[in-house]
Write a new protein. Structure first.
Length: 339
């Protein structure tokens, strides 16, 4: 059985990214915010291991519009401190769609106070908003959209994908914004697959794609308003393993998109589409594949000590702010009007 347990973040090989040879890796911050330095290249043996705080098993799927058949991954923990700074996580497992002349997806709807992150793995998602942004998220691409003070957008299967049909797989995460940035102007980041650095794990164990934050010396292309790591981790063979290292105090979540894995200090087992909440204590998460071609989505970030108030498409800090968001959208003002 293949086995490799090494400090993968120290010795991995980077592709498609510039490198920084210092011990402190600079993480991209929001415009106007100072760069954030998180020490990463440390001896894993000296780091305390995170333990699993909670496991949520694969939930039942539901439809969002008529184009997205998704699992509510965070389930009962959505919009709680336990998943902060992440709010919600919908995963659309691979599903076959027949060719159609129809427009499958979700029509115009508003957002305020957070960000949406859409990752396409199979198929294509077409996006349009009231500010004139329009783009297609191709397989391997990511869209990081900051709703800020207000955005009205729609999301559909792309017209080309609808014509041909095929397998469709994607996810959408909602990422909270700090109170001081909830009313910032909206921002749109189209992130192509070629711009996402990939780090090879030692011994052909697999690889890490760095969507946001950093892994070793690789820095992801996403600009964030708070320190966040978002990685896709592939482990090629059953028994392959890696040690994932995070900054002190970060809240870490491990989702098994495909295959199976054991995670954390006690190596608790996760099946396909289960999720483990690793909490904020400790800095290292050992992961081991229990099946060939195991794919993980790793989320980690600095949690917020701020109240979460949410209603439908709005996420603010108080009920009064939610009411104001509803009134602004109804009146098409204060972020929801034309440019």
């Amino acid at each position: 059985m293949f086995k490799l347990c090494m400090n993968s973040q120290k010795k991995g090989t980077q592709r498609n990214s510039d490198t920084d040879t210092s011990a402190n890796v600079i993480v991209k911050a929001a415009s106007g915010e100072p760069p954030i330095q998180n020490p990463r290249l440390l001896d894993c043996e000296a780091l305390s291991k995170k333990t699993v705080q909670d496991i949520m098993l694969k939930p039942r799927p539901h439809w969002v519009g008529d184009g997205f058949h998704v699992l509510p991954v965070f389930n009962r923990k959505a919009f709680t401190r336990d998943t902060s700074p992440f709010l919600m996580f919908d995963y659309g497992a691979p599903k076959q769609f027949n060719p159609t002349k129809g427009k499958l997806g979700v029509g115009q709807h508003p957002h305020r106070g957070f960000e949406t992150v859409t990752i396409a793995w199979q198929g294509e998602v077409e996006h349009g908003d009231h500010l004139g942004n329009r783009d297609v998220i191709h397989a391997g691409d990511v869209q990081w959209m900051t709703a800020g003070r207000g955005i009205v957008h729609e999301e559909y299967h792309s017209r080309e994908f609808a014509k041909t049909g095929g397998k469709f797989e994607m996810c959408q995460l909602w990422v909270n914004l700090p109170k001081k940035h909830k009313m910032d102007p909206p921002r749109y980041q189209p992130i192509t697959s070629s711009s996402i650095p990939t780090v090879a794990l030692p011994g052909n164990a697999g690889y890490v794609r760095v969507i946001a934050g950093c892994y070793g010396e690789a820095i992801g292309p996403s600009m964030t308003f708070s320190p966040i790591d978002m990685w896709e981790v592939r482990l090629n063979k059953s028994g392959a393993c890696a040690d994932l290292v995070f900054p002190e105090g970060h809240n870490t979540i491990i989702f098994v998109r495909q295959g199976a894995a054991s995670v954390g200090a006690s190596q608790e087992q996760l099946s396909e589409q289960d999720v483990a909440l690793m909490g904020e204590v400790g800095r290292q998460v050992p992961v081991r594949a229990l099946a060939d071609d195991t794919m993980l989505l790793v989320l980690s970030g600095q949690p917020f000590d701020e109240p979460i108030a949410h209603r439908g498409p709005f996420v603010m800090n108080t009920s009064k702010e939610l009411q104001q968001a509803s009134e602004d959208y109804s009146s098409r003002k204060n972020g929801f009007g034309n440019r």
